[in-house]
Design a protein around this ligand. Structure first.
Ligand code: ZN
Length: 446
């Protein structure tokens, strides 16, 4: 009997925990926007964060759709890219990558990606192209930010080959290398890997020597985009892509006899001229003349503690530097503008600034109005507790400070407003006379 009861209790405890685990994701996140309108923070509970990172929920389509939908409830849906960056020094255990991009839509022909539009599943009305997750806080400046952005366009159309598990000279350990350049040459080492074409020496008998290179990356933000990468992005015409070689059927790969080189043997060598590229991928549509050059990017910092002033400043500075349309002042790193030779740019600014309040700057002050119940389900009562107020207008902002409603304040002691149409979360009430805020209160709607 005792055993049965214990077993029953264990079972019900397990059920409870499972139930609890599934519902915590729907707990409202708290969003804040930095005063410079470039960075948003998303505050999660430790439980939510441990689930998000421990199970790599970014890679879980349903969970990432839920999260991006929630983000887009709080900002305007006018972003090409949404980047989630974890406020951690190191990549959390449970996540196996420094950065990852998930494609949401593609309308470009001739880059080896089918055209598709999956935006509605993420709460976007067609604009969102990709979402990116960076798994430690220094990856904006040092990478792999440029690398992950490149995955929006490449490399999907060429049959690249690379080692299955990092560096290896096992001839059986090479496979199709979808997404990265592998043993592909470029005018410079590519963001997605690849060797410097001009360093290639043919030793005869399918044996080659090249300068040391990375098959999937070449040093974070320390290298710019190659000609091929810029062509796929729509920045330059195909004629500007110098011929390069792509090797397949690699049979050996080792450190070269000469320092700073690799020796490899490959049975297949394909040379891509501009014409051969077009033959393989089709014509790029739109061409570089009409292709989008400026992209709107939203940066969301996922954190379990409210960002401190110095953390806000760090993320804001990093994004400003990475998206600056000019020299970032760092000779060993490239920002997006530098990496695209000043042709492409990123715009990080949240629009409709006037409707977005800097939640950081709100001081909560209760003077004349008592607001209840909190949390509110359907109705919220604003009770004037006796003193005379000049307020004649009520503004309702969501958690990120975006204005979502404006109502006249009646000259009565008590006014009831219907809040049932608002989604669960934190809201701010601004009691105003004209544009002057007289009183601010924070409420929760369930
Ligand atoms: Zn990659």
């Amino acid at each position: 009997m005792k055993t049965n009861l214990k077993s029953y209790l264990n079972k019900s405890l397990t059920t409870f925990i499972l139930l609890y685990t599934t519902i915590t994701f729907s707990q409202p996140f708290t969003y804040k926007i930095h005063k410079n309108n470039r960075v948003v923070s998303l505050l999660m509970s430790n439980t939510q964060f441990n689930q998000w990172t421990g199970n790599d929920e970014f890679a879980d389509r349903v969970k990432s759709q839920l999260l991006i939908k929630d983000v887009l409830k709080n900002v305007n849906d006018d972003f090409d890219f949404i980047t989630l960056i974890l406020n951690t020094d190191q990549t959390p255990t449970g996540i196996t990558y420094a950065g990852k991009l998930s494609s949401i839509s593609n309308a470009i022909e001739g880059i080896g990606v089918r055209t598709f539009d999956n935006t509605s599943a993420y709460g976007s009305n067609g604009r969102l192209k990709s979402i990116i997750q960076l798994t430690r806080k220094n990856s904006i400046l040092f990478g792999p930010f440029l690398h992950e952005l490149m995955h929006n366009w490449a490399s999907y159309g060429l049959d690249t080959v690379g080692p299955r598990r990092g560096f290896s000279d096992d001839p059986n350990d090479f496979s199709s290398f979808f997404g990265h350049w592998g043993f592909t040459g470029g005018n410079t080492p590519g963001q997605l890997g690849g060797f410097t074409q001009s360093s290639l020496i043919s030793n005869g008998s399918n044996s080659y020597t090249v300068d040391v290179f990375g098959d999937f990356a070449n040093g974070g933000n320390s290298v710019p985009y190659t000609q091929l990468e810029l062509y796929l992005m729509g920045m330059i015409p195909v004629e500007e892509v110098e011929a390069f070689d792509l090797f397949q059927d690699i049979t050996s790969y080792s450190r070269g006899t000469k320092q700073g080189t690799y020796d490899f043997k490959a049975n297949t060598r394909i040379t891509y001229t501009p014409d051969a590229l077009i033959n393989k991928l089709g014509k790029r549509n739109p061409t570089h003349l009409n292709a989008q050059k400026e992209f709107k990017i939203l940066t969301v910092v996922i954190t379990t503690t409210p960002l401190t002033d110095s953390e806000w400043t760090k993320f804001d500075n990093d994004i400003e530097s990475f998206t600056r349309k000019g020299d970032d002042g760092n000779p060993s790193l490239y920002n997006f503008w530098e990496a695209t030779r000043g042709i492409g740019s990123l715009n990080p600014i949240l629009t409709e600034k006037s409707t977005i309040l800097n939640v950081n700057d709100i001081t909560l002050t209760t003077n004349n109005f008592k607001v209840y119940p909190i949390p509110a389900n359907q109705y919220l009562t604003l009770q004037n507790i006796g003193r005379k107020t000049l307020a004649n207008k009520l503004i309702i902002c969501n958690a990120i400070g975006k204005k979502i409603a404006k109502l006249p304040l009646e000259k009565t002691t008590s006014q009831t407003i219907d809040v049932s149409k608002y989604t669960s979360g934190i809201y701010y009430l601004l009691f105003q006379k004209g544009t002057t805020i007289l009183e601010t209160q924070k409420i929760i709607i369930n």
